[in-house]
Design a protein around this ligand. Structure first.
Ligand SMILES: [Zn+2]
Ligand SMILES: [Zn+2]
Length: 251
């Protein structure tokens, strides 16, 4: 069993920390972990986030991040790879995708080797939809969903990524459009299949109060029917959350 989305986030960039992750994975019956961090954590990606900084809320959010050199992550990955563990440990990034910054992202990503690259939509035209429930007040929910899935399609078509992260994270605050999403789900599933990309059934939202872990059941059914590779993912930001609620994640 794979946990395809495990952040170091608040942990240390040290072999010992990864070894604690391995121990937890073993305890949970997981045989492979995909260790990553967000691109906002790394200095190299700072220019990419310029696009959201015109908004004061986003700027305050980004300015709390204190980015570090990507080399710190890559060095840790290469030291871990020299050792052998009872759990396979892969290293990659969770890349924050912006349509307007695709070429800039391509330029940065092509300079490094990663085992995998997860592309995630976290911002819809500058709106950080998972950052605050309050920021949804007065928003056009239908328009946000349409754009969210358009941006998701651009992400897949970019060819930059091996997997799509948390494909329906926009539902976090339980705001839903008044039109059915099946067409959007089908388009995403077909594109993922066509491009040979995987996606994930991610239990992370339930840590932030979402009522059930993982994908919308209709989305999951469509992905499965289309034959898209789906990995279980905890989106752990702490070691204790590795493999969280996997017993409830169908793939
Ligand atoms: Zn994410
Ligand atoms: Zn994540």
């Amino acid at each position: 069993m794979i946990d395809a989305h495990v952040h170091i986030e608040f942990g240390e960039y040290a072999i010992e920390y990864i070894e604690r992750m391995v121990d937890k994975a073993r305890e949970k019956g997981i045989t492979e972990i995909w260790v990553l961090d967000h691109t906002h954590k790394f200095l190299e990606f700072k220019p990419v986030y310029e696009i959201i900084r015109s908004d004061a809320f986003n700027r305050a959010w980004y300015d709390r991040k204190r980015p570090i050199p990507l080399a710190d992550f890559l060095e840790l990955a290469s030291s871990v790879k020299k050792r052998s563990y009872p759990v396979t440990v892969k290293f990659g990034l969770e890349v924050c995708y912006f349509e307007e910054k695709e070429e800039e992202l391509r330029g940065i990503l092509r300079e490094h080797d990663f085992d995998f690259l997860i592309g995630s939509v976290h911002f819809i035209d500058g709106f950080g939809f998972d950052l605050s429930r309050k920021n949804w007040e007065g928003k056009d929910v239908n328009r946000l969903y349409r754009r969210y899935y358009e941006i998701t399609e651009s992400l897949i078509k970019s060819g930059l990524f091996t997997a799509l992260g948390h494909p329906d994270a926009i539902k976090l605050f339980e705001k839903y459009p008044d039109y059915p999403l099946a067409d959007a789900y089908r388009r995403v599933a077909a594109l993922l299949k066509e491009r040979g990309m995987a996606t994930e059934n991610n239990s992370g939202l339930s840590r932030y109060g979402f009522p059930y872990p993982g994908l919308n059941p209709e989305f999951l059914r469509i992905l499965k029917e289309t034959g898209v590779v789906i990995n279980r993912a905890s989106d752990a930001h702490n070691i204790d959350d590795i493999g969280r609620m996997f017993e409830r994640l169908e793939i």
